[in-house]
Design a protein around this ligand. Sequence first.
Ligand code: IMP
Length: 218
Amino acid sequence: MKKIVIASNNVGKLTEIAAILSPLEIEIVAQSTLGVPEAEEPYCTFVENALAKARNASRHTGLPALADDSGICVAALNGAPGVHSARFADEATSNTAGGHGSQDQRNNEKLLKLLANESNRKAHYCCVIVLTRHANDPQPIVCEAEWHGEIVMTPRGTGGFGYDPLFMVPELRRTGAELKAEDKNRISHRAKALAMLATRLAESTKPPHRTFRTPFRR
Ligand code: IMP
């Protein structure tokens, strides 16, 4: 596999995916540069949405496509925002933070507001990576990983993207936004899922080795 289209327009994700896959000798191209329209993500699971995005990019380009569907799942909110992480603040609930700022800032404000009186601050990121070799691939590669942490009371740090300023890694006492990019890219949900994908890709390109002899030879 020499070239893969990345089915995402999220700059934060694209940067991380490019950095993590850089040791593999595969050219990666963002779907926007090939004019791929964004896929619908109507499903309630990460895996279904990732598959829809990868298939859409393969269908429009004829190339193998890699999609990441990810989000943050907060224990005290029964796993929300989950697949709705990207547009959490835009959802119509009585608790919407409203207000101004970037989408990420508004999402974070809403999350802090919902957890204002909550002592259970446990949360994890989930990342599902799907690779379709072509649009009708009957066996897409699916890799899923989690990154566990806690939601802090006020945002900290300027790195990363999305919920990183709120997501503290307990072992490091730092939020995702306080980590260096190369450190986050070693331990994050996306790093782990992409490492699994890299292993699967390496296995699928190995020549088959013969481990048995025909029992009928004299
Ligand atoms: P998707 O593009 O539908 O998969 O939405 C993913 C959303 O989940 C992002 O827009 C972020 O809000 C959040 N998210 C996923 N991964 C991360 C991460 O590594 N850091 C911070 N936020 C993330």
